[in-house]
Write a protein that binds this ligand. Structure first.
Ligand SMILES: C[S@@+](CC[C@H](N)C(=O)[O-])C[C@H]1O[C@@H](n2cnc3c(N)ncnc32)[C@H](O)[C@@H]1O
Ligand SMILES: [Zn+2]
Length: 385
């Protein structure tokens, strides 16, 4: 460790040290990304809510430790945590993980050096919380997570390969998530749904199913908080949440269909053009109001440096709970109508005046989640000119 110039940072109540680097990259001797602080802060809130809900001591696995910042913060800042296991394939990362455990005077935090999948298989059923925060895609580790996750546990999953999930190119998404993406104005939501669908389908072979507690797409990453339950009947039932989103490039109509192999309409019912399909993906709930409300409440008991942004995001996700899948982007619809965009507040008011739901979305500041059809939205936008 002496060969490195050391950088010292503080997140929440925790001190962390790692080798200084010029550029955030997987080439750094030990990886640390300051832009992920809110991700770590939200994880602390989510795991604390889960711990209180379970009302027992929980064991946590930080599967891709890096500097150990997650595992160390989880032990240091979450109540009711028993043992924390920090794993990383890199020996240098392990050295700094041990150093950071000591720096924060923590007991019951163990460091391991294994491939992530091997580790989950060796430690099957031992963790109440598994945090998967890899470089890029979590896809290669998901099968072992399905094998290793215990009943009534929390699975936290980060994906930074957003261009694959959003469908910038189709092949990487098909290859990694066995799902066809579609690049639309709501592709970040489709991406979250592809990721959740992939986890659900992967876990189903172990008769495990997911409940999505919170999900978000922020900057360069997507993050899911999933409760894992077990039971073959319930898993079969839960797979009814797998389906497709079909989109019309011509008129912007979109529709959701459920079932893996059910027939999907090929022709747009609004304009008669051919529909494009994204999926299989998760068409069930992607936010849980009760869980998110508790996360928001938990901010009163934690020291969270990113509190302002975290609260803004959690409140936006809270509003989205129960909202329809996908959203209209005001600028995209106005562009297709060749009109200028009315004020956003006026549009929301008018949609609600007409008896429809109108909900903002964290995915896009100009997005409207609504049960109104594209034709209803167009009429409203034209009436506001
Ligand atoms: C994105 S970093 C983790 C960042 C950390 N969780 C944080 O919040 O700062 C990914 C880490 O995974 C480790 N890693 C890469 N491949 C691995 C594998 N197959 N098994 C276990 N660890 C791996 C890398 O050494 C790196 O430290
Ligand atoms: Zn159409």
């Amino acid at each position: 460790m002496d060969e490195y110039k050391i950088k010292h940072i503080e997140e929440g109540l925790t001190q962390i040290e790692f080798p200084e680097f010029d550029k955030i990259s997987s080439d750094a001797p030990v990886f640390y990304n300051p832009h992920m602080e809110m991700n770590r802060d939200l994880s602390i809130l989510a795991i604390q809510v889960f711990q209180k809900q379970e009302d027992r001591e929980i064991n946590i696995c930080d599967l891709f430790g890096g500097s150990g910042i997650r595992g160390v913060r989880y032990k240091n800042e979450i109540d009711g945590v028993g043992e924390v296991s920090i794993n990383d394939i890199s020996e240098t990362a392990n050295q700094f993980e041990r150093h950071n455990i000591e720096l924060n005077n923590l007991d019951d935090v163990e460091v391991y050096q294994h491939d992530a999948s091997m580790f989950l298989r060796m430690k099957r059923g031992e963790f109440d919380v598994i945090d998967i925060d890899p470089f890029g895609t979590p896809s290669p580790f998901m099968d072992s997570a399905g094998y290793g996750a215990r009943r009534n546990s929390l699975l936290c999953v980060t994906a930074t390969d957003t261009s694959a999930l959003c469908g910038t190119y189709q092949e990487p998404c098909i290859r990694k998530y066995n799902s066809k993406p579609y690049k639309s104005e709501y592709c970040h939501e489709t991406g979250i749904r592809i990721l959740a669908g992939f986890v659900a389908l992967t876990l189903s072979k172990y008769a495990k199913y997911i409940e999505v507690k919170m999900s978000h797409s922020t900057e360069h990453y997507m993050r899911l908080y999933l409760e894992i339950k077990k039971g073959s009947k319930r898993t079969d039932e839960s797979l009814k949440n797998i389906g497709y989103i079909s989109h019309c490039k011509n008129c912007l109509h979109r529709q959701v269909s459920n079932g893996l192999a059910s027939p999907i309409e090929e022709i747009c019912p609004v304009c008669g053009e051919k529909l494009v399909h994204a999926g299989p993906l998760w068409i069930g709930a992607i936010q849980d109001a009760d869980f998110i409300e508790k996360m928001i409440d938990e901010t009163n008991h934690k020291k969270i440096n990113t509190e302002k942004d975290a609260l803004k995001l959690m409140n936006a996700c809270l509003l989205e709970a129960g909202a329809p899948a996908t959203f209209y982007d005001v600028h995209t619809v106005c562009k297709s109508l060749k009109i200028s965009a009315p004020k956003l507040d006026l549009i929301f008011d008018e949609i609600k005046n007409q008896g429809f739901i109108a909900i903002k979305t964290h995915f896009n500041p100009l997005g409207i989640k609504t049960d109104a059809t594209i034709k209803d939205i167009e009429k409203i936008l034209i009436s506001l000119q």
